[in-house]
Design a protein around this ligand. Structure first.
Ligand code: LLP
Length: 426
């Protein structure tokens, strides 16, 4: 791949010192914090959020960042300070939002498997809405709320059965998916919810998939949602908000991802004269192109069929290539005047699936730094400790400043909760 492709990350730039993120050289970050390290740009996070705010204008709306895409407290705090809401899928994510200074009354709770403990935790905190995904969950939530003497605000996550035309692993709006309640069952379930004394029906939600590159399926889903809203209103069940989930795709390589404006335009048109508040749960489009993974080449290993650049990051740090054949641009941090070789960029993990990029033309030597771009979403949040690898550090750049927002894990911390058995049996 040529060096000259347009960078997908808005705050990354080439300079004589190598790549800069905002005003900081990636070489400085590597020198101070080591590698592998995730690097985020505050300006890019802010701009991505502002794009939603600008497009929504004066319309009553709430943008809830999907915490699963990037759950670092530093990143969440940037959004909290911008007045964002949050979309969570676990008690753990709720705790993170609160620790980052997010407001509970701007939290929506999605997910098919909410436990009683998580329901209690969310009711205690006073979240804005539970996006309920099944009949059984509706009954359980009513029960838990009753025990606490509370009323739970609910929306049903309705499966609109539209094809989001994305990778099957991240497509969620089809009948065959585990998510949401079937469109055909929604009316009956809303009637049930309205009759349960400890629930307050307040909205409707859907989420059809991720990395959407076409705005049409979302508009189709939204109009199906509105059909339901109107039928419910005719029965006296009035919804205050419509949550259209996340899903807007980003450019990793040469994808023509719609702008936030283009993505929202048909939806805003559809909702033009409607009183409902409009909510969104974007993840990737807020954080994806605000972050990169910085790694160092440990070895070059030329082979008969393939050349490998073995780096110090691996599939445990960035799983997307292995799991979804996700493509991330790889850039030399400091350009070198040397011949390019076609290499696979792989990690030290003992799996053939441990690759970060394949067949890239790079001019690299041992010890060089490489940046894997567009790694701000579903990067660190999907990382693991496989092969007992401490997780990477995370830093957030703000102008010239560098904030360490997660220290590199220590090996000891990996087994701090474990214990060996004593040698004698009792
Ligand atoms: N809301 C709900 C209910 C979701 O399930 C998701 C993502 C989002 C919002 C945020 O979607 P986004 O705006 O980020 O597309 N790990 C995969 C993506 C999984 C997405 C799961 N749900 C990847 O790395 O591509």
């Amino acid at each position: 791949m040529s060096q000259e492709f347009p960078l997908p990350m808005p705050t990354l730039a080439r300079s004589p010192q190598g790549l800069l993120i905002e005003q900081v050289a990636l070489t400085d970050i590597a020198a101070r914090f080591g590698t592998p390290v995730y690097v985020y740009s505050r300006a890019a996070l802010t701009e991505a959020f502002d794009a939603y705010r600008r497009a929504l204008g004066a319309r009553r709306s709430l943008v809830c960042c999907a915490v699963k895409a990037n759950s670092n407290l530093g990143v969440l705090s940037v959004f909290a300070q911008l007045g964002a809401g949050f979309d969570i899928v676990s008690g753990g994510e709720l705790a993170r939002v609160l620790a980052a200074g997010g407001r509970a009354d701007r939290v929506v709770f999605s997910g098919v498997g909410k436990s009683r403990t998580e329901m209690r935790q969310a009711l205690e905190a006073g979240i804005r809405c539970f996006n309920v995904e099944s009949a059984a969950e509706l009954e359980r939530l009513n029960e838990v709320a009753a025990q606490m003497g509370r009323t739970a605000p609910v929306a049903l996550r309705v499966n609109p059965d539209v094809d989001a035309k994305t990778h099957p692993y991240i497509s969620t709006g089809l009948k065959s998916n585990k998510f949401g309640v079937a469109f055909g069952e929604a009316l009956a379930l809303y009637r049930r919810a309205a009759a349960l004394p400890h629930l307050r029906v307040c909205g409707i939600a859907c989420h059809i998939g991720s990395q959407l590159l076409d705005a049409a399926p979302m508009a189709e889903a939204a109009s199906r949602m509105l059909g339901l809203v109107d039928r419910l209103a005719a029965e006296g069940i009035r919804l205050e908000h419509v949550d259209l989930g996340g899903g807007l795709g980003i450019r990793y390589r040469d994808e023509a991802a719609p702008t936030v404006d283009a993505y929202l335009a048909p939806l805003l048109e559809l909702f033009k004269d409607r009183p409902e508040e409009l909510c969104f749960e974007p993840g990737r489009s807020l954080t994806g192109n605000a972050g990169l993974l910085l790694t160092r080449v440990e070895y070059l290993k030329p082979g008969e069929e393939k050349n490998f650049a073995i780096v110090d990051a691996a599939m445990n740090d960035l799983l997307r290539p292995s799991l979804y054949s996700g493509w991330h641009a790889v850039m030399e941090v400091v350009a070198r005047d040397a011949p390019r070789r076609t290499v696979d960029v792989v990690g030290p993990i003992c799996e053939s699936g441990d690759f970060l990029a394949r067949d890239r033309d790079l001019a690299v030597e041992e010890g060089d730094l490489l940046a894997l771009l567009s790694a701000g979403a579903y990067g660190m949040s999907m990382s693991s400790n496989y092969n007992s690898r401490p997780r990477a550090a995370e830093v957030l750049v703000d102008g010239r400043e560098i904030h360490l927002v997660r220290a590199r894990e220590t090996v000891e911390s990996l087994y701090a909760l474990e214990c060996p058995l004593s040698s004698s049996r009792s």
